[in-house]
Write a protein that binds this ligand. Sequence first.
Ligand SMILES: NC(=O)c1ccc[n+]([C@@H]2O[C@H](COP(=O)([O-])OP(=O)(O)OC[C@H]3O[C@@H](n4cnc5c(N)ncnc54)[C@H](O)[C@@H]3O)[C@@H](O)[C@H]2O)c1
Length: 363
Amino acid sequence: MKIGVPIEIKNNENRVGMTPSGVFELTKRNHTVYVQKNAGFNSGFFDENYVSAGATILDTIEEVYEAAEMIVKVKEPIEPEYKLIKPNQVVFTYFHFASSEVLTKAMIASQSVCIAYETVEDADGSLPLLIPMSEVAGRMSIQQGAKYLEKPIMGRGILLGGIPGVPPAKVLILGAGVVGLQAARMASGLGASVYILDINMKALRHVSDVMPNNVVSEFSSEYNIRKHIKDADLIIGGVLIKGAKAPKLITKDMLKDMRPGTVMVDVAVDQGGCFETTKPTTHQDPTYIIDEVVHYSVANMPGAVPYTSTMGLTNVTLPYVIKLANQGWEKACENDDSLAKGLNIVKGEVVYKEIVEAFDFVV
Ligand SMILES: NC(=O)c1ccc[n+]([C@@H]2O[C@H](COP(=O)([O-])OP(=O)(O)OC[C@H]3O[C@@H](n4cnc5c(N)ncnc54)[C@H](O)[C@@H]3O)[C@@H](O)[C@H]2O)c1
């Protein structure tokens, strides 16, 4: 199969859909991979790395879309790309159709085969192509939190791990899923005193089994949250209720119970946030302050660490890319139920229930 890897043109997107190692796996199976010039540059992968893995470099995005039977990328196509997508072409990427009517209409019109990373689903209901990004965001939340706790950036001026003779900071983590566990791992590793709250007892049992002694698990309730916020230095929001907006676990009135300079990192911002005072921010201007509490709520945290994020993403997408290339999309989806769940729009027809429900025009 002929596979194309274009440069990501969405604002501030530094990741790339395939690493040189992915190209190598495909070319060794006799597939042809076209990579756009400089596509991997911002992730730390250079054209010569792709060429030595067997790729052909093409100068323009038009050439890549024209040459490829399957496009592998990261973010949903944006307006300038709509006209480049051809009938029957497979596009394998994050789409998030339900949040964009314009994109949905454009992909219906393109008559392409759209397979969305975010809806590829394993038998246990987990979303394997989303997990690495939650892992990145969970680990990063502590890195960012530690930074904004510094006094010059308006934080409380406390070192997460303390020092001999001085107690460490207290970190409160809401949600013991992928984000919460990774945050707990980082915070405990730095020596902080960590409390992690969830409503799922299985998740709390897992925390208790695998985490060191400086991580305490506790059931998530308004009572317990109100108790902990009074002396927490750093609060991480990592809750998710699948398919729904995040519950507002920390309301505006609760901010007055916190100490000045407390830092709140709302990783769940992409689902509306689990703090009432959350509004999405960017890497250019990541924080704002309300009632002396520092808020960090960047909606695409993995974008700041494209090297790690690209590797993490392509580790999980590559096995599917290989199946799609070897078998063609129809056979690959027939043979793999997880991958079949990724089919969203097939040659003008919407085949994913949630997208049909999201828009009146889809029948
Ligand atoms: N900002 C970013 O860049 C970024 C990146 C990746 C993921 N995310 C987001 O982070 C959020 C968490 O993702 P995840 O992969 O960890 O999800 P997950 O499903 O693995 O974990 C969510 C956890 O929240 C728990 N939960 C639900 N209601 C709760 C409550 N009232 N109190 C405490 N816990 C509760 C669930 O039981 C579950 O254990 C999602 O909204 C995801 O989209 C954001």
